[in-house]
Ligand binder design. Structure first.
Ligand code: SAM
Length: 553
């Protein structure tokens, strides 16, 4: 490849410890496409060795020019061979790069196959299916004499996993002293990569159902991923992929405004890392222009917005808060919000009993795990029966019905019959998804101290929660009157529940009769779910909510 002056911009050189590699012979600026190359040999990938494969490779090598054949034979080979066919096969196996987006075919490229691996790679490889060439883009400025490096492994993994894969696939042990990151930074970077990888699993969990039932949670995971990618400081292709995931989630829920912005960010990321002529830029450029054409658009309309909804004049950080639908941090003294999807998850977002879900649990020794925070499942009793034991059908915050079986010593008889009513709401601490042998997945409830029933529907409980969020909060000494909505510093507290505030007796009367406080006041005297600091885990809690003296549950 030549620079605009017509001079080559890199050369094949010996690189200590790595065989040969490509080295810049002048400064190459970030964003430069340094390579755009067609394969000289193509093969199916991940296919077992066969006579047919060997014949195909030999025929292709024989058809090469003398220069190409020599260059091919000089590429590194980690496999032992006894004859020419095995030698060719070994070179192909060590070096083939994907030439189909789905990775089903591989190709040998005389220049691209000479680029060595680095975990802090300064260039990005990509098969551009649109122009049918392998391209390499420079991710940051590369200086004269610096080696050009790419990242060999598909998904970014931590150091240990990377080492295993590099040794198995490419036959070398990555020497971290050759990596330009100092050890501490490299470890920090590894932790970030681990977390990106973990979040990837959480984002994919639940498929379309997850996107529709708990989109806020999925968006939250992607938000975390994007922050980590930004801290990594690399223009990794994972970043545009994360933006595309976010676009799909919001569009599936009817939010065209955010969908357009996320799609634009995805396209711009791909453009920088892989060029403006790749399929992703072309396809998703259309998505950025017309998000309503996406196949998932309108599956739900719960976040409905128009395409030009983006607020103007916000500070960049406020704009990001809006874009990612971030939950506002709590003010001191503000009560827990039952609509928080992290603390009060729907069934699909509960941890699975047979997995250690690191979103819910942590460990210092990887043997014993304890919760990172508290959580509580809320569901409305749709039906119940007592056969061998009490069993209920429960409707969760997403409207999904699941079975709840009582495996307590009393098989559910601990609950007073007056509590077990259709339309009442069950709260279960630290609930987990359980796979029953005899019916669909649900919750297996074992400890009577972990359950409480509230004598109102889930809808009513959430509506009450909304009122509490609005009327019990104090901001800079100012509160809002529950009766008339006036904001003032000198309001009087409801003497019974202490949750709501009023200008005077008239407002208190209006709140009592017209705004439903008559029914809610008693409930608010027992706010149980609302008062606890759910994010801080010192010890397990039980109903009525207090911390257990020991950590055994
Ligand atoms: C695709 S080739 C790269 C070009 C190769 N160095 C050559 O001389 O042809 C892959 C091989 O390069 C070597 N290699 C690549 N990156 C390396 C690294 N970071 N450290 C040590 N060896 C590396 C390994 O032997 C690997 O099997």
């Amino acid at each position: 490849m030549q620079s605009t002056t017509g001079n080559p911009i890199y050369a094949l050189r010996d690189v200590p410890g790595k065989g040969k590699g490509l080295v810049a012979i002048e400064k190459i600026s970030k964003g430069t496409r340094i390579l755009s190359e067609e394969p000289i040999i193509t093969v199916p990938r991940n296919k077992p060795d066969s006579e047919q494969l060997r014949i195909s490779i030999c025929q292709q090598v024989d058809a090469l020019s003398e220069y190409q054949r020599r260059a091919f034979l000089s590429i590194h080979n980690i496999h032992v061979y006894r004859n020419t066919a095995e030698q060719y096969l070994g070179i192909v196996r060590t070096n083939a790069l994907p030439i189909k987006t789905n990775g089903s075919e591989g190709g040998i490229f005389l220049e691209a196959c000479r680029i060595n691996h680095a975990c802090d790679n300064n260039a990005q490889k990509n098969w551009n299916g649109n122009i049918k060439r392998h391209t390499v883009y420079v991710l940051r400025d590369i200086y004269k004499g610096e080696e050009i490096t790419i990242y060999y492994l598909g998904v970014h993994k931590n150091r240990e996993a990377r080492n295993e894969a590099l040794q198995a696939k490419f036959g070398f042990i990555y020497l971290y002293r050759l990596c330009s990151l100092p050890l501490e930074q490299s470890q920090e970077s590894d932790r970030r990569l681990d977390e990106i990888y973990r979040l990837e699993g959480l984002i994919g969990r639940g498929g379309i159902e997850g996107i529709l039932s708990s989109p806020l949670r999925s968006l939250y995971y992607i938000d975390q991923q994007v922050r980590l990618y930004n801290k990594q400081g690399s223009d990794d292709a994972g970043l545009p992929r994360a933006f595309l995931d976010a676009a799909q989630i919001v569009i599936a829920n009817g939010d065209l405004g955010r969908g357009r912005i996320f799609a634009e960010r995805a396209v711009s990321g791909w453009w920088t890392a892989l060029g403006g002529d790749i399929m992703e830029v072309i396809e998703h450029g259309t998505l950025a222009r017309e998000p309503s054409k996406h196949k998932l658009y309108g599956l739900s309309m719960k976040w409905r917005t128009t395409v030009d909804v983006a607020p103007r004049g916000l500070e960049p950080s406020d704009f990001e808060d809006w874009l990612w639908k971030r939950e506002k941090p709590k003010h001191p003294g503000q009560l827990a919000d039952l609509r928080s999807h992290a603390t009060f998850p729907g069934f699909i977002d509960l941890p699975d009993e047979n997995d250690v879900d690191l979103d819910f649990y942590e460990s210092s020794d990887m043997v014993t795990y304890r919760p990172r925070r508290h959580w509580c499942f809320l569901g409305e009793i749709a039906d119940f029966a007592t056969l061998l034991r009490l069993q209920m059908e429960i409707k969760d915050v997403n409207g999904r019905k699941i079975p709840l079986y009582f495996y307590t010593d009393g098989r559910g008889s601990e609950l007073a019959p007056a509590q077990v009513q259709r339309g009442y709401t069950v709260a279960i601490l630290y609930a987990q998804r359980h796979a029953f042998m005899f019916c669909e997945p649900g919750i297996r409830h074992e400890d009577p101290r972990m359950i409480k029933i509230f004598p109102l529907s889930l809808h009513e409980l959430l509506a009450l929660n909304d009122q509490v969020q609005q009327f019990s909060i104090e901001l800079d000494g100012i509160r809002m009157c529950h009766g008339c909505g006036r904001k003032a510093a000198s309001l009087k507290q409801c003497g019974k529940c202490s949750s709501f505030w009023y200008c005077d007796r008239a407002c208190q009367g209006a709140g009592w009769t017209e705004k439903g406080h008559k029914a809610n006041c008693k409930l608010l005297k027992d706010p149980d779910l609302l008062v606890l600091k759910w994010d801080e885990f010192d010890n397990y809690i039980r109903f009525p909510l207090y911390a257990a003296e020991d950590s055994e549950v």
